[in-house]
Design a protein around this ligand. Structure first.
Ligand code: COA
Length: 335
């Protein structure tokens, strides 16, 4: 029986910081409001000539260096993103070429902020079935490029980042314990990006490229639905919540994570999130949070990590993992 194991992780965030104080100069807001309503202090913003593929490549290089990994034998690349460099070609194809991976398939996957967990689920299926042996799974977004910096309820939330993991065929250990996922398209109007090509002309596209959201409705949907969906994974895998060492929900807003933990009766001290210094980086929040946990020496071999992503769609997806990476050879660079 072939088992998929997550063997290595790497992350990257752009250099430029956008603090709450910077935002005070841009829209009618203030540091206290943002901290109180979201828990976010700052975000990283890509340069105008820096795109999602660039962030992915830096995250993969971080992973290769830390875990002494070669990637020339990767046979599939899956990039979860809502902000590709181009509508096509895919980010995965761009990085396949730039990283010199000769014999790999390459696809982008669209599941918004749940994208990284959906990509893991896809990789698990490919390896378990024997179709692929070594898969690069990346969650990356440059949401700053589609953010309306005149909309104060939206622009305070988002930042840019990327996280990459390798899912490899293994004969001994399986990282994937159980999953649950779903979609509620009836809430699609609550968070979406305007300007689908083919439906509006180019002039309109320029004016309507932005992410639009009804934050209050998204908030309500998450708090009402996500805790019960998380319980489905626990039931399926006959795991009690206190057997979960780390809970890693999508880092949308700290005030969203708190009621989820409360409903699950799970301590915030064992919850990992990346939003304080990076904001909501969409498909990158979960790998960034995991990597912060590794960098801080919290997440250890054998730990059970419960990942749960949710976002535009509205979609959601979770994975219960047993964390068992290869040995890290080099310390990561500070983020
Ligand atoms: N600074 C100051 N005031 C602000 C503000 C800001 N940045 N943004 C909104 N406000 C104001 C509103 O205009 C409103 O004023 P009013 O009462 O005079 O009309 C008031 O604050 C409350 O607005 P509300 O929308 O109810 O705030 P909120 O507590 O729900 O917080 C979000 C807004 C967007 C932070 C919050 O709803 C949220 O995070 N939702 C989830 C969004 C999300 O996760 N999206 C990604 C999907 S993965």
């Amino acid at each position: 029986m072939l088992s998929p194991r997550i063997t290595a992780i790497g992350t990257y965030v752009p250099q430029r910081r956008l603090t709450n104080f910077d935002l005070e100069q841009m829209v009618d807001t203030n540091n206290e409001w943002i901290i109180q309503r979201t828990g976010i202090k700052e975000r990283r913003i890509a340069r105008s000539d820096e795109y999602t593929s660039d962030l992915c490549i830096s995250a993969v290089k971080d992973m290769m260096l830390r875990y002494n990994k070669k990637i020339d034998d990767v046979d599939m690349i899956i990039v979860a993103t809502s902000t590709p460099d181009f509508p096509f070609p895919s980010v995965a194809s761009i990085i396949q070429n730039k990283l010199g991976i000769a014999n790999a398939g390459a696809i982008d996957l669209s599941a918004a902020c749940a994208g990284f967990v959906y990509a893991l689920h896809t990789a698990q299926g490919y390896v378990t079935s024997g179709l692929h042996k070594k898969i690069l799974v990346i969650g990356a977004d440059t949401i700053s490029k589609i953010t309306d910096y005149t909309d104060r309820s939206t622009c305070i939330l988002f930042g840019d980042g990327a996280g990459a993991v390798l899912v490899e065929k293994d004969v001994k250990s399986n990282s994937f314990i159980g999953f649950h996922l779903g979609s509620d398209g009836s809430g699609a109007q609550h968070v979406y990006r305007r300007g689908l090509s083919g439906t509006v002309n180019d002039t309109e596209l320029l004016d309507t490229r932005y992410l639009v959201q009804n934050g209050r409705e998204v908030f309500r949907w998450v708090v009402r639905n996500i805790p019960d969906n998380i319980k489905v994974i626990l039931d399926k895998t006959q795991t009690s919540i206190d057997q979960v060492n780390w809970f890693i929900p999508h880092s949308a807003n700290l005030r969203l994570i708190e009621p989820i933990c409360e409903k699950l009766d799970y301590p915030m001290t064992k919850t990992l999130y990346s939003l304080v210094n990076f904001g909501n980086t969409s498909a990158a929040t979960i790998p960034l949070a995991l990597d912060l946990g590794i960098r801080e020496g919290k997440v250890k071999d054998g730990d059970k990590a419960l990942l749960y992503g949710f976002g535009s769609g509205l979609v959601h997806a979770g994975q219960l993992l047993e964390w068992n990476l290869d040995e890290q050879i080099n310390a990561p660079k500070p983020l």
